[in-house]
Design a protein around this ligand. Sequence first.
Ligand code: BGC
Length: 731
Amino acid sequence: MKKLFFFVIFLSLVNITLAQDSEIESKVDSLLSKMTLQEKIGQLVRKTSLNKNTAELIRDGKIGEMGFYSPSVRDSLQRIAVEQSRLHIPLVFAADVIHGAETTFPVPLAQSCSWNPELAEKAARIAAFEAASLGLNWTFAPMVDIARDPRWGRIVEGAGEDPYLGSIMAAAYVKGYQGNNLSNEGTIAATAKHYVAYGAAQAGRDYNTVDISERTLREIYLPPFHAAVNAGVASIMSAFNDLNGVPASANYFTLTKILRDEWHFKGVVISDYNSIGELVNQGIAKNKEDAAREGITAGVDVDLAGDTVIGDVYSPYLGKLVKNKIISENLIDRSAKRVLRLKFKLGMFDHPYLDKAFFKKNMPSKKYKDEVAQQLARESIVLLKNKNHLLPLKKDIHSIALIGPLADDQEDLLGPWAGSGKAEDVVSVITGIKNKVSSGTKINYVKGCGILDSSEAGFNDALYAVKKSDVAILVVGESRDMSGEAASRTKLDLPGVQEELVEKIESLGKPVIVILMNGRPLTIDWISNNIPAVLETWFLGDQAGNAIADVLFGDYNPSGKLTTTFPRSVGQIPLYYNHMNTGRPPEKDNKYTSKYIDSPVSPLYPFGYGLSYTDFKFSDLTVSKEKINKNDSVNISVNVKNTGTYSGTEIAQFYLRDLVASVTRPVKELKGFKRIFLKAGETKTIRFTITPGMLQFYNIDMKKTIEPGTFDVMVGGNSEDLISTSFEVIE
Ligand code: BGC
């Protein structure tokens, strides 16, 4: 009865959506039939900067989308569109909201280390609400690029190296930004970017060439985009890079065949900044007109262009291309319809202006926003090392030497792409610690050096502070602009003389805790070998200091797990957990196996790794059936015990390996995870279901298939320390 009730509700919701969709379709068709070619092209043009002719262009219907402005400027531009243009079509305001609008949450790479998509969704919901209150309707987020190369600065903007986790996070962000219905106030259209394989830039150099197999494209780089599409993402951004010889913004195969024909994506494709005009530089277009033709033909609807030398190519050339019969007007109609559909879905025609009263009344409280930001920040922290249980510290510790360029910093803790976030809203580490410790605790703060300093002049004061303290906490890392766009690095060491500072302090023999802040894995071999306690905190945003103090002093038991492998050295890159096996896997005493003569092959810290103040033990892994048919599912169960003395959360990860197949398969692939809270001494049994979809892969003909044979099932707290069993798929 209950099931029937929900089914009826479900059917009526489907009916309502279908009715709304067909109503929107007829509005779009009717509007389009009244538009001139120039007005249709106008919908495909997004401008950012304001010039003396902006008003005139809007009035003439030559701009469809604009950027981010103060609410009053936004509404005055909108008034021109709605009240003075011939067809009164509203503008949409679109810009980047990456990890917060006003409230700054941890950078996306950090958020992924929480393995908590529900919490990330809540943060995105807040970000959307704030962004909408500032006048935005559309964001260029989430970035769902898989990244296997920490030299690439944009690794900070995504969810790391794994396509499964990346897909879960992608869907969570989309739901967070878009809510249940885009027409509700406080929701904004999301954009999955950068389509596609931008993260595979050769040598980790931003904007560089990408050359990967179709299998790697489909199995590694496409899944998070597909997940975003399935979650209803409103738009997709085409990337800068070329992919196997065809630039992403002129790529009919990815933009039309995969995105539209295979996935049935109905939304808008927007180019990355100037990426259509840049087709000229990439050598596949003779000139800008040719570039415009390539972009629209491949399937890019909107030209996101800057007022640079390259600038926009759609507004000056699309009309000419139609008139000269080089492209059909149908192409323009198709793209203009997609944009108009989005504007109707967003409710722009009903409420084009900013409803300040609504936002004033409904804005979530600062307390709630700070709580979400602090919880997400705590859960994003990864405890890399904790020798002899140095952490957590006691709150009534007598004295602390707090050292390092990031210990009293607010600006850098915002991370790259901080939206409208303000440094003064950030709780620094020193403030977080002061808020936490007893009134008797003495904090001896010395900066020691700047992030990029080459001088050791400040070292003596730092050493003196350490000598007179019980413990040294060093806060070191990158500045926020060392990661993000156009911030590739060839060296991944701590910049400047920071490592020298850590080494000198360590030599004093006091207990030392290193807190790292950075937008990518760093090569911290020495620190990892010599410093007893190390916390990876990325850039945690507004609540950084409070979250770090929660972990330092045991109010939160760390649970974060790495979503990107930490290499020992740059020479190992790319290094990722889901690699293929070689014919000669590394063997200790056999020179002619796949390894280095000057370094171990293994990473410093593997994917999925992160410690807790307690210990967890996995046991009794069982599969419900030892043999299954291709279309069957198998259940697995495993016991997880908290064997230590603190309560804590473990992130149980489950991996599969197809032992023998017609093409080489990864040594393991993440297929599921669960967050489990366990009190000290407690045991819980957790279950996963292995579905046929998890056993599929692309065969030599690029067909998704399941082949009979043995599959290993591995479960554990990171991608290396796993217990395993197996089952067999029979014909
Ligand atoms: C970036 C995009 C961003 C766009 C608009 C580009 O340079 O690659 O991620 O959305 O600018 O700001």
